[in-house]
Design a protein around this ligand. Structure first.
Ligand SMILES: C[S@@+](CC[C@H](N)C(=O)[O-])C[C@H]1O[C@@H](n2cnc3c(N)ncnc32)[C@H](O)[C@@H]1O
Length: 355
């Protein structure tokens, strides 16, 4: 059997060995751990070296195998470390993910919050119909947010924030148009065929998932994925310029290399808020119903806010046509007139004071 060499690419390193022993990493050297362990439901994780992971262990063996690796993760984690553990329930065992969370608690990890990763919602995000007449398709998975020390870690929800649906909230809660996105994350698979999504591996997560986890933790320098798979986590690390380490016992080196490289071109997609889409449709309908071929000028702050929402939606959809440009012009003109009005009011108040 050929020994496969470890992979080093820019600031990303993959160790082709079991993460039961991560002696390459020093104690307390890792800021974030992001991983999705084998699901133990008979998935086919094949490799270049011909060895195949046994993905149908006895449940107790599976859970103690995980606990041993979570202990190694605990050793290498800094005191301030955050651990994002992704796992989904299986069709035949709806409680397995909870047991995996307990396997991490057995290794001293503290559970802070459950994040729900939604893979498809209202038709957005591909999935293969499989529910039949006995159950619904499972369209979400857990991401357990675990920490080493409750008093030492920090997250910054606004670093992955979403805009306010009601813009009048800006200034009320903070001065930026960003709010905590909450713990339900829609991160759909964008490709539409199973083969393309999987790229030769049975269970990659989208790069957007580790990307978001890394972004929400301040001052990250080092990230670890003890169950690398295709190494989607390292693609996110490459994009964000942080050092990434992964372990993969059953590697497919070419797939791993091309996956990490995807990080170079990865673009986080901007999602439109549902109320903004609804408002935009109504506005477009109003505009189309008017007989004039020109977009009329904005007359109030409410109209300004509505047009700004429509502009944001069209931006996120990468639409740039003459309608979009005249919308921008209208917004600009109204803002200018608001500024002028404000200046005049200030002058007026000043003259009153001078008297
Ligand atoms: C669910 S997959 C991870 C997929 C990954 N998140 C991605 O986006 O490609 C789990 C991976 O763990 C690997 N694995 C199984 N046992 C391992 C061990 N002892 N050490 C390191 N990797 C292992 C499997 O070969 C499989 O590729």
């Amino acid at each position: 059997m050929n020994k496969i060499l470890n992979l080093k690419f820019e600031n990303q390193t993959v160790f082709f060995k079991s993460s039961e022993d991560m002696s390459e990493l020093e104690d307390e050297s890792i800021d974030i751990i992001i991983t999705s362990p084998p699901y133990n439901r008979g998935k086919a994780y094949t490799s270049d070296n011909g060895e195949i992971h046994d993905d149908k262990m006895e449940e107790s063996d599976y859970l103690s195998f995980l606990t041993e690796i979570w202990k190694e993760c605990y050793r290498v984690a800094k005191k301030s470390a955050v651990f994002f553990l992704n796992i989904g329930d299986s069709a035949s065992d709806q409680g397995i993910s909870e047991k995996v969370a307990v396997s991490a608690a057995d290794a001293s990890w503290m559970r802070i919050q459950d994040i729900v990763w939604v893979k498809s919602f209202l038709g957005k995000g591909h999935y293969t119909p499989s529910g039949g007449s006995r159950r619904l398709n499972n369209l979400w998975e857990h991401v357990y947010l675990l920490v080493k020390n409750r008093n030492e870690y920090k997250i910054d929800p606004k670093a992955i924030g979403i805009p306010y649906s009601d813009k009048s909230n800006i200034g009320r809660y903070s001065n930026t148009d960003l709010r905590d996105p909450g713990n339900v994350w829609l991160i759909p698979y964008t490709k539409t065929t199973g083969a393309k999504i999987k790229k030769g591996h049975d269970a990659p997560f989208p790069i957007g998932l580790p990307y978001r986890c890394i972004k929400m933790v301040p001052n990250v320098e080092t990230v670890l994925d003890p169950f690398g798979g295709t190494c989607s986590t390292l693609a996110a690390c490459l994009k964000l310029g942080v050092k990434g380490y992964a372990y993969e016992k059953y590697p497919r080196a070419e797939i791993i290399k091309s996956r990490i490289l995807e990080g170079k071109t990865f673009q986080e997609s901007e999602e439109n808020l549902i109320p903004h889409l609804e408002l935009s449709l109504r506005l477009l309908n109003d505009i189309l119903s008017e007989s004039s071929i020109f977009l009329r000028i904005i007359k109030s702050k409410t109209e300004l806010s509505n047009y700004q929402v429509l502009n944001e939606v069209l931006n996120n959809l990468n639409i740039n046509n003459s309608f979009k440009r005249s919308l921008e012009k209208r917004i600009e003109l109204f803002k200018e007139s608001l500024n002028k009005k404000e200046e005049q009011e200030i002058k007026y108040r000043q003259t009153k004071l001078d008297f």
